[in-house]
Design a protein around this ligand. Structure first.
Ligand SMILES: O=c1ccn([C@H]2C[C@H](O)[C@@H](CO)O2)c(=O)[nH]1
Ligand SMILES: [Zn+2]
Length: 130
């Protein structure tokens, strides 16, 4: 299944009774497998998790820790970029050149790399010597 199809399919499973904003994310692992996740909200609002985090958790649980492509879709009039926390999470497992495609519900797409989404990222190199 394509990343687009996987993201659209998992978006239908999103649990978003509070924001009513359903998001689906699919990532391609270096192993060639597609991993997907949706946002899962909670009545204690800060405990909700993003779609990207769910997809990353599925990938790591399957034993893969590198991602090579990302697709995110939301029920929005225009493509929605990952939140700040998800940018950092994506940067943990993907190189700066990895392309993140964001899509609106009616198929408008915008692509940016992880490096563009998170310039000047905090990384392991900043902790050298510790
Ligand atoms: O890239 C994004 C942006 C938002 N959300 C979720 C979090 C929350 O459940 C809802 C509204 O912010 O959308 C994601 O899953 N991914
Ligand atoms: Zn997020």
């Amino acid at each position: 299944m394509s990343l687009k199809d996987a993201a659209e399919k998992v978006r239908e499973k999103a649990y978003a009774p509070y924001s009513k904003f359903k998001v689906g994310a699919a990532i391609l692992g270096q192993d060639g497998q597609v991993y997907s996740g949706c946002n899962v909200e909670n009545v204690a609002y800060p405990e909700g998790t993003c779609a990207e985090a769910g997809a990353i958790a599925a990938m790591v649980a399957a034993g893969e820790t590198r991602l090579t492509e990302v697709y995110v879709v939301a029920d929005s009039p225009f493509p929605v970029p990952p939140c700040g926390g998800c940018r950092q999470k994506l940067a943990e497992f993907g190189s700066p050149g990895v392309v993140v495609t964001m899509a609106s519900a009616d198929g408008i797409e915008k692509s940016m790399t992880i490096g563009e989404l998170l310039p000047g990222a905090f990384g392991a190199e900043h902790m050298e010597g510790n």
